[in-house]
Design a protein around this ligand. Structure first.
Ligand SMILES: Cc1cc2nc3c(=O)[nH]c(=O)nc-3n(C[C@H](O)[C@H](O)[C@H](O)COP(=O)(O)O)c2cc1C
Length: 203
């Protein structure tokens, strides 16, 4: 079953790439060429591409395999407008916007001896959502789409605007907003290789 799922994902990736007549990039090419893209053409992102982006996001690792992420896929102009507010030109102009959200609590037994689960804070939810977001950005790059991570959590104003724009339920916190589209203009990756940031064995 697992092999079938991987095969199905690979077939959809190839099908999505066939639309652009290009072979998918390898993992390292994708990582090294990823960059934030903030301007998009009006060409829509297909439903096949959207599904690959979300499958990639959900393939990220999570603490205790809790998978606390929830995704809101926005294509409706009125919802984009409500999300964008006065500052969000790229959210307004992107054909697709994915809002990465997280459930911040989990049901767990407080000790191995306990018989009942109780609701506890999940200390890993932001790391889990960050891993999903990076996977989403890499998948966008692999599909020759452009995307950018825009912060939501932990800024109270951005969070409350997003909660009300999307009608998020209690316990679901918006983590970041990712506008996605076909890149407009020339976008180049930045060179961030700094050997001085590495320490070997000890600082
Ligand atoms: C946690 C986080 C928050 C970010 N928030 C924003 C944002 O609100 N608006 C924006 O335009 N870019 C945002 N970015 C994108 C960064 O500006 C961008 O990643 C950085 O300048 C490096 O450029 P690159 O992504 O092209 O390598 C964010 C990135 C991260 C990781």
């Amino acid at each position: 079953m697992k092999r079938l799922a991987i095969l199905a994902a690979a077939v959809s990736l190839l099908a999505a790439c066939a639309q652009t007549q290009e072979a998918p990039k390898g993992a390292l090419d994708t990582i090294f060429s990823r960059k934030s893209v903030r301007s998009y053409t009006s060409e829509p992102v297909s439903s096949e591409q959207t599904e690959i982006l979300l499958k990639a996001a959900m393939s990220a690792p999570t603490g205790m395999n809790v998978q606390p992420w929830r995704f809101v896929v926005v294509t409706d102009d009125a919802v984009k407008e409500a999300l964008a507010g006065p500052r969000g030109k790229m959210i307004r102009n992107a054909p697709l916007v994915v809002v990465v959200c997280g459930e911040t609590t989990i049901m767990r037994k407080p000790s191995p001896e306990a018989t009942e689960e109780v609701r506890m804070d999940n200390p890993n939810w932001t790391a889990d959502c960050a891993a999903a977001t990076e996977n989403l950005l890499l998948a966008a790059e692999a599909l020759d789409l452009g995307a950018v991570w825009t912060a939501c959590y932990p800024y109270p104003e951005r969070m409350s605007q997003t909660i009300s724009a999307l009608g998020l339920p209690e316990g679901v916190t918006p983590y970041c907003i990712v506008p996605i589209g076909h890149p407009d203009g020339d976008n180049q990756p930045k060179d961030k290789w700094k050997p001085e940031n590495i320490h070997y064995n000890k600082w």
